[in-house]
Design a protein around this ligand. Structure first.
Ligand SMILES: *Cc1c(COP(=O)(O)O)cnc(C)c1O
Length: 372
């Protein structure tokens, strides 16, 4: 059994994907070929956005808007610690200071009270300028944008939705971009919408920002790439990856539905078995990048499942604020108790749209016997 079975999806889309790659090979337009623009149009439509900009990966997708807004030294950018390191990494790369925020104990997403506390702390100290907030749609679930947005706006900050795991999630029928200035995503192969290499994208409704992002991803180009009006990067989505993503995006809504069927089966099978199963907020449709539970001893649990041929993974046993490179950055006043409380117990189960009922029954049975 695979943790994420990419071959099952390939079997469904092989003709379209191989045909798309062959077209790119023939056309010779490997950099920003027409498939990139076509994919950007479709992605924007999917995410209810006016504009989408492809880039090299999901990390650059967060960095590029920070650069466009001039976020840098002296600025505080608030983000969770219970996330992949890239969320905070880009803040430091831009020269700004990541300030780590605690999570809601049930959803694992940014806690609004911890955010308020951290903003108050930063303002009281007076050394940093509160500049932006990066909310993460962890494990595929929309952050609580309704609660976070008024706080972000009250302090005149920019708002990024890091949807590397959650692109496609909705809250009350709306995509995160309804609240955020930009929604960013990653097409790393294992993400819900993945390609066969690295890739990323930014959606926005801000036309000026979209133009700045288009410039920044090509070395700060002006009228052409030999006219440089700002310091930029080389961060484009490859044409071949766009060609792979086009047919994948066409079935993505269906795959999100399939992921939700799988998640519901886990939830029915594991309620009362694991210490915690995922809590989905009212009004949220998750993309289920991960199905993460909490158990008393995740190492013993992983061994028991491995013995049955079932892979597991742990996201994230060491939160970013405890990583060597990040331990000197500030954390919200109370020291992130909810983050610290979950990290010793979390473990994620196989999750992908094509997980068969039969395989899933095996996972649930193995989990039950490991936790008996
Ligand atoms: C994967 C991920 C990223 C980075 O995406 P890459 O494409 O690997 O650069 C950023 N944030 C989160 C929450 C992620 O899961």
């Amino acid at each position: 059994m695979q943790f994420i079975d990419l071959h099952a999806q390939q079997d469904r889309l092989r003709t379209e994907i191989e045909g798309g790659i062959a077209d790119v090979l023939k056309s010779g337009r490997y950099i920003l070929g027409p498939q990139v623009a076509e994919f950007e149009t479709n992605l924007a439509m999917f995410g209810d956005a006016q504009f989408a900009t492809g880039c090299a990966n999901g990390t650059d997708a967060i960095l590029l808007p920070l650069l466009a807004w001039g976020v840098g030294p002296g600025d505080a950018v608030f983000c969770p610690s219970f996330t992949y390191c890239a969320t905070a990494e880009v803040v430091a790369l831009a020269g700004a200071t990541p300030v780590f925020i605690d999570i809601d104990r049930d959803t694992y997403n940014m806690d609004v009270n911890s955010l308020k506390q951290a903003i108050a702390d930063v303002k009281a100290k007076g050394e940093l300028n509160p500049k932006a907030v990066i909310a993460v749609d962890l494990f595929g679930q929309s952050a609580d944008y309704d609660a976070l947005n008024p706080v972000v706006r009250e302090h005149g900050m920019k708002f990024i939705s890091d949807s590397a795991q959650g692109f496609g999630t909705t809250l009350n029928g709306k995509h995160p971009l309804h609240w955020a200035d930009v929604q960013t995503t990653s097409f790393f192969p294992a993400k819900p919408l993945g390609c066969y290499g690295d890739g990323g994208a930014i959606t926005t409704n801000d036309e000026e920002l979209c133009k700045a992002l288009d410039s920044l991803r090509v070395h700060g180009k002006g009228t052409d790439k030999y006219d440089n009006v700002r310091i930029g990067m080389n961060s484009r989505l490859d044409t071949i990856q766009a060609a792979i993503l086009l047919p994948k995006l066409a079935v993505f809504a269906d795959e999100i539905e399939k992921r939700n069927v799988v998640a519901t089966r886990y939830t029915e099978g594991l309620a009362g078995v694991a210490d915690r199963i995922p809590t989905v907020m009212d009004g949220v449709v998750s993309t289920w990048a991960q199905y993460t539970i909490e158990v008393p001893d995740p190492f013993a649990f992983a061994d028991a499942l491995k013995a049955e041929g079932i892979p597991t993974a742990r996201y994230y046993p060491k939160p970013v604020h405890m990583q060597t490179a990040y331990e000197h950055y500030p954390v919200a006043g109370n020291g992130l108790p909810n983050t610290m409380d979950c990290i010793d117990n979390i473990i994620s189960l196989p999750m992908h749209p094509y997980l068969s009922e039969e395989d899933q029954a095996k996972v649930i049975a193995a989990a039950k016997s490991a936790l008996a």
